[in-house]
Design a protein. Structure first.
Length: 196
């Protein structure tokens, strides 16, 4: 659990709910022996800066290349994406998720909203979006596990489906905050990725 900035405590509790013990990652050494990593929501610009100054950026990038499981939620998804629109010019991302994302891409009026997403065969997955990134496009290697019906920023056309929960091999990423609701399916899936 990356512990530089963002909603760390909620993720730790969610991992506990699915029987996973977590540790807080603040420096590269903390990653030794970890089975996976969560990049939480917060501010991707700040997280990017802190990742670089702690030396964690390189350490995480290396592990991502080797297939280390990483879950990124909201700002965490921004950090994983190949291309970030409306980011700060100096913000970095790992490029481990073949997706183009727009920061705060759901627009101002609806900066935050909650909805239910179709996910597998179960009940709708409750999803809280908070100044969330909007996924503009994804590459072929990306599996879209759930989508949200919404009109992205700058569009006055009809609502369209855009990816909200994505997986590419060892990378799982959500535009929303699964740690803020009681449904643990996203954390359970990530725990399985870490175990396998
Ligand atoms: N808007 C934030 C960002 O880009 C993400 C918000 C969040 O994580 N809730 O970085």
């Amino acid at each position: 659990m990356l512990n530089l900035q963002g909603d760390v405590r909620e993720h730790v509790a969610a991992l506990g709910d699915v029987g996973v013990q977590s540790r807080l990652i603040k420096r590269p050494d903390d990653l030794d022996g970890a089975a996976g990593l969560i990049l939480p929501g917060g501010e991707s610009t700040t997280l990017s800066m802190l990742l670089a100054s702690t030396g964690l950026f390189e350490a995480v990038a290396e592990r991502l290349d080797e297939g280390f499981p990483v879950l990124g939620t909201c700002a965490g998804l921004v950090l994983l994406a190949r291309e970030v629109l409306d980011g700060r010019p100096d913000q970095r991302s790992f490029g481990a998720l073949d997706a183009v994302v727009r920061r705060n891409g759901f627009g101002r009026q609806v900066a935050s909203f909650e909805t239910g997403l179709e996910f597998g065969e179960g009940p709708l997955l409750p999803a809280v979006f908070i100044r969330a990134p909007y996924v503009v496009s994804v590459g072929e290697a990306v599996d879209v596990l759930a989508s949200v019906l919404h009109r992205g920023i700058g569009s006055d056309g009809p609502a369209m489906e855009s990816p909200a929960l994505l997986r590419q091999a060892n990378v799982l990423a959500s535009c929303f905050h699964p740690e803020l609701t009681a449904d643990r399916r996203v954390h359970r899936l990530f725990a399985e990725m870490c175990a396998g």
